[in-house]
Each structure stands twice: as C-alpha cells, then as structure tokens.
Design a protein around this ligand. Structure first.
Ligand SMILES: Nc1ncnc2c1ncn2[C@@H]1O[C@H](COP(=O)(O)OP(=O)(O)OP(=O)(O)O)[C@@H](O)[C@H]1O
Ligand SMILES: [Mg+2]
Length: 285
C-alpha cells in the first residue's frame, strides 16, 4: 500500500495543470489508407558494424490486417519493428504510414502519437497501480499526462476504459494491483494500455513467450478480435500459436522477405524448410 501511495504522490508531483486535458486534444491528421496500405516499406536496409541486419526489405500491411512475421533468430524481425517505430533509422529505403506520413522523417514519440503502438516482449505495466489506473495513465498516450490522476475522468474516458477492460478480459480484475496479475494477464494489460490510445497499427513482439496453453489461446482470440479494428503485426516463434491466428504469414530471413502466403504455403515452401532445417522440430511444427 505504501508503494501505491508513493507512486500516487509522485504522479501528483508530475501533474501539470496545463496538461490535464491533453488526452482530449484531437489526434494529428488521420492516417490516409484510402488508396493503399497502412504500412509500406520499400527497399529498407540497415547495417550494424558492416552487418546487414535488414537487407532490401519490402513489406506492405493492409488496413485492418493481421499479419504474422516468422523467421529464425537474427532474421531482423525486431530490427524491422525498431525501424517502423523510429527507434532505428535505416541507411536507405522508404517507410510510410498510410500515404501521407513518412516514418523516416518522424521521431519515435511522433510515430507513437500518430497511432503505431508497440508491445515489447517483457510486460512493462506499473505494478503498484491497479489495472484500472494503468489504463487511465495510458489514455494520455506518452507518459507526460500523469496528470489525468488529478482530473476527474469524464464519462467518455471511463467508457473507453471499460471497453478496453472487456476487450482484454480483465473487467473482473480492474481494482487489483497489476503486480499480482499472472504473466499472461500482464501482457493483456499492456496490450490494453496500447489500445487506450486507439492505435491504427499494433506491433507485437513474441507475445506468448512464457504463457500457459490457456493464456496462449486467449491471446490468440484477443489478437484476432483486434484485427479489423486496427492492423496487427505479430512476431512469434511459437508455430502452433502462429498457425492458430495466421492469415498471411511473412517469413523473414537475413533481413529480407524469404516467403509470404498462407501458413500452409509458407511451411511447404522449400526455401523456408531449408532455412528452418537447423531449428528445433517444434519451431516448424
Ligand atoms: N543495435 C544493434 N547493434 C548491433 N547489432 C544489432 C543491433 N540490433 C540488432 N542487431 C543484430 O541484427 C540482427 C537482427 O537482429 P534482430 O534482433 O532484429 O533479430 P530477430 O529476428 O528479432 O531475432 P530473434 O528471433 O532472436 O528475436 C542480429 O544479428 C542482431 O545481433
Ligand atoms: Mg527479436
């Protein structure tokens, strides 16, 4: 309880009256997908100390699509997400969010505000705060707006939190400190925190690592439900999980697309089989 009080105290210190209603400021210009994909990468390359981690990568994701990305360790999957979110700048190529936003000219926070949410592998929820408070904080977008704590929630915001609690299946847990949740529940809470900002594109890196079978199943349902409302790109090694949600699968290898198609198409592709030959059997089950 002391921990909660300390956190709340810190939150109040950080609160600034001029930012109380930041979350109500209209979003930047909407992402335009009327004439094309929501994400467009063309000939993207990046080297680290002479090693080409991403090598002429071409990828398009349609609005509302659920895309799975697979590939051996070191294939460049996480680096690709780093490029999309502005964490890493490519040496060459193009990256567009809709037809109007050049991702390579935007900073990491600008990209996040435009509507690209990223879920890292490890959950990063505020353990001392309740599930509800975590979502409340996340509504503000970046962590600037701790100030929502000092503002009374309007009914629209409360409605959004309730909606997200339902979506992530944590409506019963809303009062509980995030620290006592199971690993799977923390992962869903973090996805919920991203959803509070109504992203257009969600990037999810290895969501089911460490989850129980049942949690995996619920995660599959959650991600499948989210697609359609937003585009979802899932990187995952667990092939059983990928098979359970897959529509289009992209196989990355040495920084480029090796194959793309349905799960059956890519898993029967001789090039893909060859790349995975050294991998444990379950990886290509
Ligand atoms: N900041 C960096 N500095 C140097 N090398 C890097 C950096 N980021 C990634 N790499 C290298 O780029 C390659 C691609 O790494 P990346 O993490 O994107 O692979 P991955 O497909 O996500 O692998 P995994 O499945 O193991 O997560 C690796 O060889 C990695 O060591
Ligand atoms: Mg990775």
């Amino acid at each position: 309880m002391n921990k909660v009080n300390a956190t709340l105290k810190r939150v109040r210190e950080l609160a600034r009256p001029d930012r109380v209603f930041d979350f109500m400021v209209p979003q930047e210009s909407p992402v335009d997908t009327r004439h094309g994909p929501i994400l467009y990468l063309e000939d993207v390359s990046v080297s680290f100390d002479g090693f080409k981690a991403i090598n002429n990568l071409n990828l398009t994701i349609d609005d509302g699509e659920l895309r799975c990305i697979i590939g051996p360790n070191g294939a460049g999957k996480t680096t690709m997400m780093d490029i999309i979110t502005g964490k890493t700048r490519p040496d060459s190529g193009q990256a567009w969010f809709g037809s109007r936003h050049n991702l390579l000219s935007l900073s990491e926070p600008e990209i996040a505000r435009l509507g690209i949410g990223r879920k890292f592998q490890k959950p990063t929820v505020f353990e001392a705060l309740s599930v509800f408070e975590n979502l409340e904080l996340a509504m503000a977008g970046d962590k600037r707006v701790w100030a929502t704590f000092t503002a009374r929630l309007n009914s629209e915001s409360r409605g959004r939190i309730d909606e997200v609690l339902d979506t992530i299946g944590l409506a019963q847990e809303y009062r509980r400190p995030a620290g006592v949740l199971s690993h799977g529940q923390k992962q869903w809470l973090e996805i919920g925190m991203l959803l509070m900002q109504r992203p257009r594109l969600l990037l999810v890196d290895e969501p089911v690592a460490g989850m129980t079978e049942q949690e995996m199943q619920r995660t599959a349902e959650l991600l499948t439900r989210l697609a359609g409302q937003q585009s979802v790109v899932v990187v995952e090694h667990d092939m059983g999980f990928v098979r359970s949600i897959a529509r289009t699968v992209t196989v990355l290898h040495q920084g480029s697309v090796l194959a793309e198609g349905s799960m059956d198409e890519v898993s029967n592709d001789p090039k893909v089989v060859e790349v995975y030959l050294g991998a444990p059997q379950e990886e290509m089950a």
